[in-house]
Design a protein around this ligand. Structure first.
Ligand code: PMP
Length: 437
């Protein structure tokens, strides 16, 4: 057991003690510096200790640190919601605040279910999601998540969910199949699943627009989400997009779904929304969903003590203002192209790098034993964890995953550096990651 009273999830390992952060760097108690190439877990979009965000939080704490939402709303929550709706996908009318990604997914699942209860379709009781997905660790979010290893111990206490194939061209697009045909095939699989369950039985299909924490950044093929949207519409099934990891500018547009040309019914954002300065997330909801509840029971049967926390909203609002004023989402597109090129130059020829894929500043590197056959390493080697350890030894934070899904998916590392990272820092990332591998 680790020598600490904090219940670290890895009980045999006490991590280094982080003491300060500035820009893209974190310092530990020995004075060692780490380049935060993962933004924590795709969280720190502005890096650490951004003065404008800190000032906004301080000002809000001085004015009012907390007011329960059953008594009050606050100016800062109203302003943040208005900003998110103004810049959100078409047709959204309200932002429901939460304290993180799992809470956001949980709220979205319940919002979707309650929508059908309010509109006289309470027979709809089933969710469809994708294998190799991650939607959080609370029971509802875990139920829709498609990571076998995470689900297994809790399987008997999860809610009903059916899993279809993810969009994973590197491994699952067939020879001779165009990306468009592959996308159509996946949409047909969703259609078949809905028909099997009963076209009036399904509440929603939930998917990460760009897959993140389970299989090393899965970018959808062109047309896939449009075809999915059509299938959902045909059967009256809601589309919930989880952009907890890939959203808020990370892939080079404020919302990843903009690049797919689709509008979800519910959109979940978190992580980059508060940039790590405060725990905050939001569910953006289509007007007709909120209206149905408003005209029905008039009450969303859900809620948490800290929702819309004023300091969290102040931090998130400041992050959004910096993003906008400094045009950082456009910068993500430009510097993403540079990071892609550098990763290609440094890692592209490595015999164990099977695939480098991503969008904006959201990149995954998939490791294989053999490039031609795409054979993964033995999961027992825990290669991803060893690469993380080697990277940390070299002062580099990368987000590892893999080895545990169906025993066949292999190992990945995920890169999600702050949007302010410079070309020189990308060079450090590529070199240190190469050395770690
Ligand atoms: N959805 C996705 C796509 C995520 O990547 C995560 C976190 N990695 C979550 C939900 C859960 O978010 P949180 O850890 O803030 O509960």
């Amino acid at each position: 057991m680790s020598n600490t009273h904090v219940f670290h999830r890895h009980l045999h390992h006490t991590p280094p003690v982080a003491v300060s952060g500035k820009g893209v760097w974190i310092q530990d108690s020995s004075g060692k510096e780490y380049l935060d190439a993962s933004g924590g877990a795709a969280v720190s979009c502005l890096g650490h200790a951004h003065p404008e965000v800190l000032a906004a939080m301080h000002a809000q704490i001085d004015r009012l640190a907390y007011a329960h939402t059953s008594f009050f709303t606050t100016e800062v929550a109203e302003e943040l919601a208005a900003h998110l709706i103004e810049h959100g996908p078409a047709g959204m009318s309200h932002a429901y605040f939460v304290s993180g990604g799992s809470e956001g997914v949980e709220a979205a699942l319940k919002m979707a279910r309650q929508y059908f209860v309010e509109t006289g379709q309470s027979q709809r009781s089933h969710f469809i999601a994708r294998r190799q997905s991650y939607h959080g660790n609370t029971l509802g979010a875990l139920s829709v998540g498609g990571n076998q290893w995470r689900r297994e111990p809790f399987a008997p206490i999860l809610i009903p969910a059916t899993h279809v194939s993810p969009c994973y061209p590197y491994r699952e697009q067939q020879a001779g199949e165009t990306p468009e045909q592959y996308g159509q095939r996946l949409a047909q699989e969703l259609d078949d699943a809905i028909q099997r369950l009963g076209t009036d039985k399904v509440i929603a299909f939930i998917a990460e627009t760009v897959g993140g924490a389970t299989a090393g950044v899965l970018t959808p093929v062109p047309g896939y989400f449009k075809a999915v949207r059509e299938v959902c519409d045909r059967h009256g099934v809601l589309l919930i997009l989880d952009e907890v990891m890939c959203g808020m500018g990370r892939t080079g547009s404020l919302h990843a779904c903009e690049q797919e040309g689709v509008t979800p019914d519910l959109l979940v954002v978190a992580k980059g929304l508060g940039g790590g300065y405060q725990p905050i997330g939001a569910v953006l909801a289509q007007k007709r969903i909120v209206e149905a509840m408003s005209q029905g029971s008039g009450f969303f049967q859900h809620g948490h003590t800290y929702l819309g926390h004023p300091v969290a909203c102040a931090a998130a609002l400041a992050v959004q203002h910096v993003l906008q004023r400094e045009n950082l989402v456009a910068r993500v597109r430009q510097s993403g192209a540079r990071l892609e090129a550098l990763l290609g130059e440094t890692l592209g020829g490595h015999p164990n790098v099977g695939d480098i894929r991503g969008r904006g500043l959201f990149w995954g590197v998939e490791l294989v034993r053999d490039r031609a056959s795409k054979t993964p390493f033995d999961p027992a080697l825990k290669l991803h964890a060893r690469i993380k350890k080697e990277a940390m030894a070299r002062g580099l934070m990368v987000y590892p995953m893999g080895g545990t899904v169906d025993g066949r998916l292999g190992d990945h590392v995920l890169l999600a550096p702050p949007f302010i990272a410079t070309e020189a820092e990308f060079g450090v990332i590529a070199q240190r990651l190469h050395a770690a591998i």
